[in-house]
Structures are given as structure tokens and as C-alpha cells.
Ligand binder design. Sequence first.
Ligand code: XMP
Length: 510
Amino acid sequence: MIQNETVLVLDFGGQHNQLIARRVREAGVYSVVLPNNTPLEEIRSAGYKGIILTGDPQKINDDESWQYVRGISELGVPVLSICYGAQLLARSGGGRVESEGQEYLPTLASIENGSRLFKGLDENQQCRMSHDEYISIIPDGFKAVATTPNCSCAAMEDEARLLYAVQFHPEVMHTENGVKMLNNFLFEICGCRGDWEMSSFVQASVENICGQIGGKRVLCALSGGVDSSVAAVMVAKAVGSQLTCIFVDHGLLRKDEGDMVEKMFAENFDINFIRVNAQKRFLDRLAGVTDPERKRKIIGEEFIRVFEEEANKLGEIDYLVQGTIYPDIIESGGDKSAVIKSHHNVGGLPERMNLKLCEPLRDLFKDEVRRAGLELGLPEDMVWRQPFPGPGLAVRCIGAITVERLDILRYADAIFREEIENAGLGRDINQFFAIITDMRSVGVTENVRTYDYTIALRAVKTTDFMTAEWARVPLDVLAKASNRIVSEVKGVNRIVYDITSKPPATIEWE
Ligand code: XMP
């Protein structure tokens, strides 16, 4: 464990575990999220100050889970169980959970303010209920400390064993004083100090990396994105010249991007930086390929080859730094969610090259990575870069990839991004870019017939990139971008704006 005061959020599914972890950190207590099959021994030895079990609208008659929760409740660490977690805790202690207790609205709960969980709160509290089943018999040693008209046990506690459970969701806004309740758990019950901040995370991580890596040598596959850049700089702070960053320019980057990344690292950091210009290799292998998954696969494979060749030139290496962040773990199936697109990062490399992994950001959310980046001295424009997919423009070039089409796309994309920035919308919209479609249509320029490509513009607002809303970019901004693209970029005579959200569309077109 990298912090001396950490609360564990045990993920029993549902969408809220990230939010809970975030609320805990906002209170100044470091938190990590782990899956609900993490070995008890691992949890015991980590010395957590408290454990929060999250909720999911799953049915309770899952024997394995409640037996596991019994083990958790016997660790002697304060536990707060939320929603489904509360039912598991009840069941694990010999209580009963029954169906047909549905409540899906913010409800007024009557609380017992003698409970430390509700310290400082009035007797009536609006709480967000969201459950099908309910605790009908409270286990021995527990008492109900909140009720609603529908639910005789909206919260229960066993003070002596520091076990607490709430049927409602304190982490969401609809529970008016939910943050206060969570803070009561952290400070009144777990005895946390609440002195965690990003600078201490960075410092502790750097120390931790030093300990992990010792005198060994480390490689980093740098994409120039926020995550890999922050991870690289953090590792460089820890082990200096033992780190070498390899930046593979696959020819699928945005306008001037390769040069910008190289310059940024050269100007700001003393890091061994190797840029590999492998454009031709990638484009040769992609020639004529139109299938999106095939493109991803080829790029992934070629990337590994190029990287391996470069690494071999360097000699003995033990570690690979990856900028994995918490949402990547979820997206790659860590939470059993379906894999929609095979994301190309550096998957497969560590095993192939027999490298150990160093992933200093794996517990963080995106905005926290940005804060860590600022803390580490990365420039603002680097820290606020929008996400860019590993396979780059290949998945924004619908159909076959050619140098000519990539150049058109690069130019159009640069104009659109510039106009969004000029309109002051750059921070407000989370991802915005152009796509070159494989459609050509008839147009007219200065009385001459044209038969040129259609460029699509995409801009979305999202917090987690799992769902996204198309951005309502003001029409005059779209008009300006459109006029500029059709007049400045040769080979384009039509612009469309994508007004689909995710789902059903994805953010990228391929
Ligand atoms: P989608 O298109 O799946 O994208 O809605 C969600 C987020 O992931 C990015 N993305 C990728 N990132 N490799 C990556 O590293 C990929 O293959 C890939 N495909 C999509 C996308 O840009 C968006 O931010």
C-alpha cells in the first residue's frame, strides 16, 4: 500500500464504486477500489483504516458473496456496507433479506442521531433508495438506526464491532447529507486524519517506485497522452536515468503531434527519450485494410515489434512503465463488462519481453491523473490534452488508409480543434475531432464540379467515456469550422456533424 491511511472500496458491482472512492479522496483520505474476490489475507495485511462495500441491484441469494462478507466483517476493521453490501452484511451475520421491498426514490428516512454514522444530523434525512430487496430480520448484535415508511431497516449498526450498513446511497447527490455520513464513517468511526492530498500521493508514489525498482532499468512506451506522460515523469522522478522512454511515431498522429511531444519532453524533463520514426512500416502493413478490428490488431502487433527491436538495442531491462488508470481496468473487462473495441495499448508486451509492470496510476481517475501531472510539473497544455486512441487516426480514417487521406484528415482535424479552442470550449467538451469518411459526393467550387470526401466532425461531453452526450457546439462555431475546412483543405467538399450519443454510437467511428 502506498499511503499510510487508506480506505478500501470493495467493488460489488453497480456504477457507484468509483464515485464512492472519489468521495473518500475528496474528504482527504486515500482510497483504492478492489474487486470483490480480493483474498482476505491480502486485505488484512494491507492495514486499511476502513472498508466500504458497494452496492449492486443483484439478488442476495449468492452464497459465495455473503460468506466472503462474513470474512470481511471478522477482520476487525470498520466496515460501511452500502445497498447490496448492506444486505450481504445482514445475511452474513444471520439476518434475513427478502424481496418485494422495492424503493427507487429519494425517501425521507428517520434516523437515530445517537449513531456515530449520523452524528450532527437532524432526525429526518432525505436519502436515495434504490433497491428491490430489503433486510427483514436484523442479525444478532445489530440494531436498526434508520427507517423509512417502506423499510424497517434503512440503516443498521453493530457499534461494538464497528460494522455499519445503509440501504440507501450516501454517495449520490439525492442523499442530502450523504457526504456528511461518509465523512462521519471516515473520521468518527475509522479515525482517519484526512490529511491526504495529491502532493502526498505523488511523493509516496515516487518513494514506492524507488523501492519497487531499486537499481534496475525501466522502459516506458510513451504515447504522448496524459496517462503515459504522467507515469513516465513520475518514474523519472524516482529512478532518473534508469528510465528510457520509447515514443513510436506510427504515422497516425495528429498534425505536428510527434514533434510537439518530443519538444515537450526535451524542454521540460531530463529523460532518456527515443523517438522511433516508423511511419512507413505501419502504413505498409495497413495498406488496403478497411476492417476496424483488423486495423487495431495490425497496429498493436507492429507496435510490439518496433518497441521490442528498440528495447533489444538497449540491453537488459526489467520493468515496463504503463500509464494504466482505474477506468482502463474497468474497460478492459476488469468489471466483466463486454469489450466493445479491442483497445490497443501495449498489451502482450510485458509477457513477451519478460518484463515486470510498474503502473503508478492504476488507482487514479482521469482528473486525478491531471492533478498529479500538474504536481509533477507537466505543462498545462500537456495535462489537459484530450484522449487520443492508441491506433490513432487509423480509426478515424474510415475505409482504407492512405497518406493522402491521412493528410486531409490531419488538416481538417486541426482546423476543427482550433475553432473549438478559439471559442473557449476546449475544457468544456471532453473530446472533439474530425473523421474522414469513405464517402465522396458531388459539390461545386467556383462553378466547377467536384467529387470529394465528406468530413465528419465529432464532439462529445462525458465524464467516464463509457457513455457520452454529443456536444451542442454553437452553430456559428460549427459554421466557421465547416467554412474553413472546405475552403482550406483540398479534397473535401462536404462537412457533417455527428449528433449521436454513446450509446448507441461509440465516440470513435471505428
Ligand atoms: P469509444 O469509441 O469506444 O471510445 O466510445 C471510448 C474512449 O476510448 C478511446 N478509444 C481508444 N483508446 N485504444 C485506445 O487507447 C483504442 O483502440 C481506442 N478506441 C477508442 C476513445 O478515443 C474514447 O476516448
